[in-house]
Write a protein that binds this ligand. Structure first.
Ligand code: CDP
Length: 232
């Protein structure tokens, strides 16, 4: 029997488990998983390393001029079976998760030209469906015709605790307060920016995972997928 390969768009605030859900879903459905946030983080890392960002200030003109020098692609890590991002051929999966990048990524993501480049690449990757992509503008801008759109939320305390634990497990020392401040600051910039702000589309299904385990959340969404689209 032929199975329909749909596009699943997952949006929501910072650190609410979008990528975890997207990764688990893609594994179950044998779809491609793309963390669009990793692309914005990789561009930010490039900007930091080339001094297009200094003391938290983004030199937009310089960054826009060097956008053509930035080549991004994903490669599957055979151990974790997850795609990892390469910036100009170098695996930066770990480096893009550091507070150094988190502090300024929302400012880079506000830039129209940056978004234009990344949205084009995201659409190319998803051209044939069979994709789960998470981010802030996936259901609203990148794939407005996605068959399934999810908007994920969770309380700020739970989001802070999860991100703090994740960073500690990677050996990155940071206080819970600093983690929370960064999440709140990014949420504000992401929601209020002019270009493709984070917003819930009318056709998105909202899932608050504050009190859901990873498995409960996955099962809930798998049911949605199976019932709506007969995808097995
Ligand atoms: O993992 P977390 O939820 O903390 O963030 P992320 O998904 O890695 O995204 C990092 C930043 O990239 C966000 O705070 C946004 O500023 C930006 N972003 C965006 O503007 N549009 C997307 N589709 C994905 C991320």
């Amino acid at each position: 029997m032929e199975t329909t390969k749909i596009t699943i768009a997952i949006d929501g605030f910072s650190s609410c488990g979008k990528s975890t859900l997207a990764k688990d879903l893609a594994k179950e459905l044998k779809y491609i998983f793309i963390d669009s946030g990793a692309m914005y983080r990789a561009v930010t890392l490039y900007a930091l390393n080339t001094n297009c960002i200094q003391e938290g200030i983004v030199n937009q003109t310089a960054l826009i001029e060097s956008l053509n020098d930035i080549e991004l692609h994903f490669e599957l890590n055979p151990t974790t079976n997850s795609p990892e991002i390469l910036l100009n051929g170098l695996n930066v999966a770990h480096e893009i998760r550091t507070p150094r990048v988190a502090k300024v990524v929302a400012k880079v993501a506000e830039i129209k030209e940056v978004r234009k480049k990344l949205v084009l690449e995201q659409r190319k990757i998803g051209a044939n469906g069979g994709l789960v992509m998470d981010g802030r503008d996936i259901g609203s801008v990148v794939f407005p015709n996605a068959e399934l759109k999810l908007f994920i939320t969770a309380s700020i305390q739970v989001r802070t605790n999860r991100r703090h634990a994740e960073l500690l497990s990677k050996g990155i020392e940071i206080s819970k307060q600093d983690v929370q401040l960064n999440l709140e600051e990014r949420d504000l910039i992401d929601s209020e920016r002019k270009e493709s702000p984070l917003k819930q589309t009318d056709d998105a299904i909202v899932i608050d995972n504050t009190e859901l385990t990873k498995k409960e959340q996955l099962n809930k969404v798998l049911n949605l997928v199976k019932h709506s689209f007969k995808v097995k």
